[in-house]
Write a new protein. Structure first.
Length: 246
């Protein structure tokens, strides 16, 4: 039994298993426990401080026109992922397996080993930035920041890269000559992937995690967005939103 306070209101939950956080990991954990032990034997509840579920999986509906985006304009209103973007690999990948089991389509995005991408998608189309409600081509400054960031991240998987003594990812970026624009980009993209700012991420720990990945070089996007994933998980487990646990 857990009692929490939200503002002036107290909430008491009498359950067997309480999962804190309704991101994808929390929803999968709750579903796994429920399926393993049985919902009749084990009462599971997920608590989420936000008013929505999904965590870093988030979509935004935008009104825009994408220039030369696969040679066709987007609809007047289109939903895009602004959080999670890719299914990384299709080997030993629980997320890819989840999509395959439900026969949800995935489309090939790129090959991480040679940076190849689907036929019909040229470099100009790949270098588009969604900003202030519009698709824009990367400026020279933004393009340079992307290149700096990518080069620094590649250092993480160099076999003899010295991470002793350990440094933060931000320290690594600065050692590799990444400027402030590149650090801001890395913080917005790479930092959000791990849920922490770059100055709190261990370069050595992330290097070990990256080297341990064995999901294959291919990367995919869900057809549409990741909304179906979150809605499918949300329908399987009880969730209470707007409840902060401290």
């Amino acid at each position: 039994t857990l009692t929490t306070m939200t503002g002036a209101a107290a909430h008491t939950f009498d359950v067997d298993v309480l999962v804190i956080g309704a991101g994808v990991s929390g929803l999968v954990a709750a579903e796994t426990v429920q399926n393993t032990l049985g919902s009749s034997l084990c009462r599971v509840l997920v608590l989420e401080s936000d008013e929505r579920v999904g965590g870093r999986v988030l979509q935004a509906e935008i009104g825009t026109h994408c220039p030369d985006c696969r040679r066709r304009p987007l609809a007047e209103r289109v939903e895009v992922d602004v959080g999670a973007e890719f299914v990384h690999g299709d080997v030993h990948s629980p997320l890819a397996d989840y999509y395959k089991e439900r026969q949800w389509p995935l489309e090939y995005a790129f090959n991480v080993e040679d940076d190849s991408h689907p036929p019909g998608v040229d470099d100009a189309q790949r270098e588009l930035l969604f900003h202030d409600g519009q698709w824009r081509a990367l400026s020279d400054t933004q393009h340079h920041a992307v290149e700096e960031t990518v080069r620094a991240l590649e250092q993480l998987v160099v076999e003899d890269f010295d991470t002793q003594p350990d440094c933060s990812v931000e320290d690594l970026f600065r050692r590799c000559g990444v400027g402030e624009d590149g650090i801001a980009l890395g913080d917005a993209v790479f930092g959000r992937t791990y849920g922490a700012p770059l100055d709190r991420l261990s370069a050595a720990a992330i290097r070990d995690e990256e080297l341990a990945l064995d999901n294959g070089p291919l990367n995919f996007r869900p057809v549409g967005t990741f909304r179906a994933l979150v809605e499918s998980l949300r329908a399987r487990v009880p969730v209470r939103t707007g409840v902060r646990v401290t």
